[in-house]
Design a protein around this ligand. Structure first.
Ligand SMILES: C[S@@+](CC[C@H](N)C(=O)[O-])C[C@H]1O[C@@H](n2cnc3c(N)ncnc32)[C@H](O)[C@@H]1O
Length: 246
């Protein structure tokens, strides 16, 4: 954990094309709708707020949004958007950052919990989320269910983006002991290739539930997606809502 760098994601240069790269990839409208309902009129803190894919539409729905992010590059893209300059953001590691108040809802979207390098840092993040909850507040986390079936000899190559103007291929290296996957996504468009490395320390939903317990949280809901589809044995991702215990 000593060499962990919370600025690394944005330092890869991805901020310039993050919105375009993932414009069809993440489930934004349903996520915003669900977050508005979960916040129930209260303020929201997004850990890893990034370019504001969720925060800007939440603001548009009248929700008070705050954020934490390790990347000045990602936050500067947020600032360029209408309303982005009105969102208070702490630039720091979200496992430890202090946003200075309690919130009705803390959210950690799109696998960003796995950006933390090990189990200890992820538990710290759950504790930090719990510290930021107002009484009866909720912590909602979106993550994939680890699927290691495609790896052969701990290596995997897969296509990610497949459009006529842009495509990407990701190489991945698995360490099943540390539960880490080291990836590099190569993005091809208009004669140029860019490389975006990212590391993930993955965890199954049950391990996340245990981290929540260590942080004094208990599971309230688990859905397969932001539209609140039932979570089943075939679900490839989950959206899980935790609340302070007792
Ligand atoms: C995949 S992006 C998601 C951005 C946004 N939540 C969304 O849904 O589009 C992950 C974001 O988390 C930030 N991040 C990753 N690890 C972090 C850490 N330990 N502390 C603070 N920010 C972190 C990155 O800089 C990046 O902006």
């Amino acid at each position: 954990m000593a060499d962990f760098d919370p600025t690394a994601y944005g330092a890869s240069g991805i901020a310039d094309e993050y919105d375009d790269l993932y414009r069809d990839h993440w489930e934004t409208d349903a996520a915003v709708e669900s977050l508005v309902q979960l916040a129930n009129g209260g303020a929201v803190l997004e850990l890893g707020i990034g370019t504001g894919r969720l925060a800007i539409p939440l603001l548009g729905r009248g929700v008070e949004v705050h954020g934490v992010d390790g990347s000045v590059e990602m936050v500067s893209k947020l600032r360029e958007k209408p309303g982005g300059d009105r969102i208070p953001v702490v630039v720091a590691d979200f496992a430890h950052a202090d946003a200075g108040r309690g919130f009705a809802l803390v959210v950690l979207a799109v696998n960003t919990i796995f950006a933390l390098p090990d189990q200890q840092a992820q538990v710290e993040c759950f504790r930090n989320a719990a510290r930021h909850l107002a009484p009866s507040g909720r912590f909602v986390i979106e993550a994939w269910v680890p699927d290691l079936g495609g790896f052969r000899h701990n290596r995997l190559v897969r296509s990610r983006i497949l459009r006529s103007d842009k495509m990407s291929i990701e190489t991945a290296e698995l360490d099943p002991v540390a539960q880490t996957i080291r990836t590099t996504q190569a993005v091809f468009s208009n004669g140029s290739v860019r490389l975006y490395p990212a590391n993930h320390r993955y965890a199954w939903p049950a391990e996340l539930d245990l981290m929540a317990q260590l942080a004094g949280l208990q599971r309230e809901e688990r859905w397969a997606d932001w539209s609140r589809s039932p979570f089943t044995a075939d679900s490839r991702a989950h959206v899980t809502v935790y609340r302070l215990s007792g």
